[in-house]
Design a protein around this ligand. Structure first.
Ligand code: RIB
Length: 344
């Protein structure tokens, strides 16, 4: 006997609300009280309810994949989307790009868009909105693969980068260049990939036999150039100025670079700088930026190929997890490449 199909009535009964309220949570969540919406969504996830439209959708999926990113102002995500587009093209499919859901109302609008375009599946790289988005995709039975962070829930394939190694590579490089006073301009703790970079950075300080105070932290709630400029002003205001700054991503590093440069500091002579990502502009900055390359296009390509396997083959397969290695790219902002054996 197959598993009974969970319907809207089951959800309404379990959540103690009317059928109309369940319908509003799915279609117009912005008009439902947050506590009620959260309770109903939790029941939907726990019962494994899938909308009838979503189930029908799988039968008539189109030739379109979606890729959802937090924003397109960070070139990192444009590169990731280009990798997904390459995987789609290999399979004769096309790609629709949309920016990530910051709230349930936006998530509902995304699902309506996916349904109207009969999207075959999506690569999700949504940062802190990933939980809301993954639940919405599950409810609508739209296949997905998570990119640039560890799968937030069981059953989802993922492609990520080993950010702990990335943080370790950055600090080991600065220590090898003689730095013993480093400030880490870190990003929002909400993101696992940011926490991993910090963990790797701290591990490298310990591995070098240095005191933990060799790596001080300036926390930053943004990951943008503007947030970097603000952090750069805080670095300049430090009584005990560091000799090097490690930033959670390249946009922060470019903002810090602008603030230090405007204050008349020379990079790297007065202060060295390292980022994460290796976006397009890192190498073309006024002082080319040393950074930890995080292969965004390769991540998108792997995630796109996993999604094509799940949606164009004989149905979803067991979750697969791909972890790519970061790579240190040495440029002028830490003194550039040196011949082997050059002294510190
Ligand atoms: O979303 C901001 C950052 O997180 C990006 O720069 C990239 O590093 C991602 O992992």
């Amino acid at each position: 006997m197959g598993r009974r199909i969970i319907g809207v009535k089951d959800v309404a009964r379990e959540a103690g609300v009317s059928l109309g309220t369940v319908s509003n949570v799915l279609n117009r969540p912005e008009i439902v009280a947050a506590t009620t919406r959260t309770r109903v969504l939790s029941v939907i996830d726990s019962l494994g309810y899938v909308r009838a439209e979503g189930a029908r959708l799988r039968e008539s999926a189109s030739r379109v994949l979606a890729v959802m990113v937090p924003d397109l102002t960070n070139p990192f995500f444009a590169a990731l989307a280009s990798g997904v587009e390459r995987a789609a093209r290999e399979a004769g499919l096309s790609v629709m790009v949309c920016t990530g859901a910051r709230d349930p109302a936006e998530s509902a609008r995304h699902m309506a868009l996916m349904s109207s375009h009969q999207v075959r599946g999506a690569v999700l790289s949504c940062g802190e909105g990933i939980g809301t988005t993954v639940s919405a995709f599950r409810r609508n039975a739209v296949p997905f693969v998570v990119a640039d962070q560890h799968a937030p829930q069981p059953g989802a394939s993922s492609v990520g980068v080993d950010d702990v190694t990335g943080g370790r590579l950055a600090v080991r490089h600065l220590v090898e260049r003689g730095h013993r006073s480093i400030v880490h301009v870190s990003g929002p703790d909400r993101l696992q990939q940011i926490r991993d970079r910090r963990r790797g950075a701290r591990a490298a300080v310990t591995a070098a036999g240095l005191a933990p105070t060799a790596l001080r932290e300036l926390s930053c709630d943004g990951l943008t150039v503007a947030a970097g400029r603000e952090a750069g002003h805080r670095v300049l205001a430090l009584a005990d100025r560091p000799t090097a700054v490690l930033c959670a991503n390249d946009l922060l590093a470019l903002g810090v670079m602008q603030a230090l440069y405007t204050a008349g500091l020379r990079i790297p002579d007065d202060i060295a700088l390292v980022g994460h990502d290796d976006i397009e502009f890192a190498g073309s900055a006024v002082v080319p930026l040393t950074t930890v390359a995080r292969p965004a296009a390769a991540m998108g390509l792997h995630a796109g190929r996993l999604l094509v396997e799940d949606t164009c083959g004989g149905g979803p397969r067991e979750p697969r997890h791909v972890v790519l290695r970061p790579e240190l790219v040495v440029r002028e902002s830490t003194g550039g490449c040196r011949s082997a054996g050059a002294g510190l």
